[in-house]
Write a protein that binds this ligand. Structure first.
Ligand code: AVJ
Length: 323
């Protein structure tokens, strides 16, 4: 299946920035941090998929509801002859809601770091949508943001599809920088369809990010197991606890790994000291009102055209165009 020669994949060989270097830098800060992307190794991605099925984790269901309900309207806003580009496409679950409704799309460009996942979903799309032009690109979209020429030269309006509130992982300043890169990628007149989580009662966040089944805890703790394997670290998982809470002042959910005791932990040739209760900040998930997110995008020269919410007003999908 994976060896199928029909699929012409553009491989941009994601450069492997040293995991160890990133870990040592993060753990040396006064507030110890680890980059959230490290949560998504093979095991982490599997656990994240389990999170998406939890009834407490509303974003996936709410966004799917929006895409399903408004696929026709969204497709009309995007218009005909669009080239849809999805950074971090994964298994491509969400684009499937739109594909049957898009008006004569020029093509679909999934950008995904895992070649295995990318090839599998490309094959599936060929079967499900035989007339769709799929142009897979294997790249780390967080680093490599330039489109390969074979994709860039496809005529038609370029439209970024960025669901899942992934933009919430960046702080607002970083998000603007990142959105500007999207802007350069699609050019003037290009579009962006983006899913972003809304502000709401913090108790709902608590349930979603500290679920009673312990799946999110497993997701967070998996990071330590990964470091033990890949960074010669000696974390004793018994001595750390998952914590998630809404930081009202910064409008973000924070995930931490909290040291249960005073301890020293070795990572490769370094040793890090933890006080009891001291944490490693592993992820932030920023939340925006419609007004706040529209303003943020305006700083990246995106003009809001329309937005759609789910029936419970939990989540929002926006369509922007570049001025
Ligand atoms: C994939 C970053 C959008 O922030 O909701 C879910 C990750 N972390 N539960 C989110 C996540 C804990 C998720 N994002």
């Amino acid at each position: 299946m994976i060896e199928n020669a029909k699929v012409e994949l553009v491989d941009l060989e994601p450069k492997s920035t040293s995991l160890l270097k990133e870990v040592l830098t993060g753990l040396s800060r006064s507030q110890k941090t680890l980059p959230p992307k490290l949560l998504y190794d093979k095991r982490g991605s599997e656990i994240f998929e389990k999170i998406c099925l939890l009834k407490e984790y509303y974003p996936t269901r709410a966004e799917s509801e929006i895409l399903k309900t408004y696929a026709g309207d969204i497709s009309r806003m995007i218009g005909p002859d669009a080239l849809i580009i999805e950074p971090g496409s994964g298994a491509g679950d969400k684009i499937r809601f739109l594909l049957p409704h898009l008006i004569e799309p020029k093509g679909y460009v999934p950008i995904e770091i895992s070649k295995e996942i990318l090839l599998r979903m490309t094959e599936e799309l060929h079967t499900e949508f035989p007339f769709l032009n799929v142009l897979p690109v294997c790249a780390d979209f967080s680093q490599e943001i330039e489109l390969p020429l074979t994709v860039d030269r496809v005529p038609g309006k370029k439209v970024i599809f960025f669901p899942g509130s992934t933009i919430g992982n960046f702080n607002p300043q970083e998000a603007v920088v990142f959105l500007r890169k999207f802007g350069r990628m699609i050019g003037e007149g290009g579009g962006m369809l983006i899913g972003v989580d809304l502000k709401k009662d913090p108790e709902v966040f608590k349930q979603a990010y500290d679920d009673p089944h312990g799946v999110t805890a497993e997701f967070n703790m998996n990071l330590l197991e990964r470091l033990n394997r890949e960074a010669e670290a000696g974390f004793d998982l018994q001595n750390f606890a998952h914590e998630a809470f809404y930081n009202e002042k910064l409008s973000r959910v924070e995930m931490h790994l909290v040291s249960r005791i005073p301890q020293l932990v070795r990572v490769h040739e370094s040793v890090f000291r933890f006080k009891e209760g001291e944490s490693i900040h592993t992820e932030s998930s920023y939340k925006y009102s419609v007004e706040e997110f529209s303003e943020l995008c305006a700083k990246a020269k995106f003009k809001i055209k329309k937005y759609w919410k789910d029936s419970q007003n939990l989540f929002c999908v926006y369509y922007f165009e570049r001025e």
